[in-house]
Design a protein around this ligand. Structure first.
Ligand code: UD1
Length: 362
């Protein structure tokens, strides 16, 4: 039987999106086994994306689902090892910084299979943030580090003299460009005209684990001078329910279930401004030319801040923080300030990643 050359492992919503372009580029050169860990399993976070992006079902599903960090990561580790032993790939590609990334990378490294880390070299100041732990460990054990930007390349080059480092650009840009011509009309909140609305998402533990801050943030969003559409991640919905917080705020805040990738891109393109703690949406805003306010005090995507496209804020700062950032963006906008959109490559990252794997499969 023909030997599997590459295992491509992913499991959360943004990874399904990035894997869609990676998989087709990899399959053009290699035999690939696609492994979905099942970390995200809700229809909107998984199957909907396969449908929208026209991606074939994965070759293996690990069905790990939700659990605490230890249990979820351990389930990925144990189940990924079985699949990798069965297929014996020559390299394992992992993406980003989730528990799925960590579990699959560890399983591969322990089997002495070279790990290829896509989105290597990103760092936040908060060393205890779950994603930061995951990305640091994976960056430390990967064999090939594919970076999205010059900053990430420099940082990882200082840490890992022994690894192969390839600056590929950001595969999320490839994904966006592949869909840019087929976006639907944006599902704007009731009553909003043109771009006179804002688009918001919130899901990180730093917010969902602090119900008072989360409630204050949603109240502040509902008090803005624009209608706001909030696409609510299931983690955030659960956090609100657990804290007994009613999902009803001012009439200006419309809360909907997670929207599809295409709808999210359409909203990001049409909105006046974006409020988010998602890393993906920060870059999509940057590429779409829509000003972004990041609901964290820091971001791994500093190029977007330096370009003037993104303003990180303290999410506990309430209305004054949100309106300050909004006013600053409007000032820049009315002064005609725009930004170059080149910090994360030109949209050929998947192609470059595929080429970087060549030495591993010889
Ligand atoms: C994960 C990643 C995060 C990434 C995000 C993208 C980790 C540590 N975090 O966060 O880096 O930005 O995905 O969305 O891996 N849940 C559902 N249905 C689902 C998935 C999750 O209800 O389909 C709920 C469950 O209550 C679960 C909670 O969300 O306990 C958290 O899910 P989890 O997979 O731990 O991480 P995310 O918050 O989605």
């Amino acid at each position: 039987m023909h030997r599997t050359q590459i295992a491509l492992c992913y499991g959360t919503r943004p990874q399904v999106i990035k894997a869609s372009v990676l998989r087709s580029r990899l399959e053009a050169r290699y035999s690939v086994v696609a492994v979905d860990t099942g970390q995200h399993y809700d229809y909107e976070l998984n199957a909907l994306l396969y449908d929208q992006l026209g991606v074939r079902a994965p070759d293996a599903v690990l069905d790990v689902g939700s659990a605490g960090h230890a249990e979820q990561t351990a389930a990925v580790l144990v189940r990924a090892e079985k699949v990798l032993q069965e297929h014996r790939p020559l390299a394992v590609v992992v993406i980003g910084d989730t528990n799925s990334t960590l579990g699959c990378a560890l399983a591969a490294a322990k089997l002495r299979i070279p790990v290829v880390h896509v989105e290597a070299g990103l760092r936040a100041c908060d060393a205890l943030m779950p994603e930061e732990i995951n990305r640091r460990v994976v960056d430390a054990i990967a064999h090939v580090l594919c970076t999205p930007s010059t900053r990430a390349t420099r940082r990882i080059a200082a840490e890992r003299q022994d690894a192969v480092i390839v600056q590929t650009g950001d595969v999320a840009y490839d994904a966006l460009l592949a869909q840019a011509d087929r976006l639907p009309a944006p599902p704007v909140p009731g009553g909003a005209r043109d771009s006179r609305f804002c688009y918001a998402t919130v899901h990180r533990a730093e917010l969902t684990d602090r119900p008072a801050v989360l409630r204050g943030l949603l109240e502040a969003l509902s008090a803005l001078d624009r209608p706001v559409l909030l696409a609510l991640h299931p983690r955030t919905r659960t956090a609100l329910e657990d804290a007994g917080i009613e999902q009803r705020f001012g009439p200006n805040l419309t809360i909907v279930p997670p929207v599809g990738y295409l709808e999210s891109l359409a909203l990001a393109r049409a909105a006046e401004m974006i409020f988010t703690d998602s890393g993906g949406l920060q870059r999509e805003a940057y590429w779409m030319g829509t000003p972004c306010v990041t609901l964290r005090r820091e971001t791994e995507w500093m190029e977007t801040v330096e370009a003037g496209a993104n303003i990180p804020i303290d999410p506990a700062g309430g209305t004054p923080e949100l309106t300050r950032a909004m006013a600053e963006h409007r000032r820049r906008w009315s002064a005609g300030e725009t930004w170059p959109r080149t910090a994360y490559g030109v949209g050929d990252a998947a192609q470059r990643i595929a080429a970087a794997l060549e030495p591993l499969v010889r």
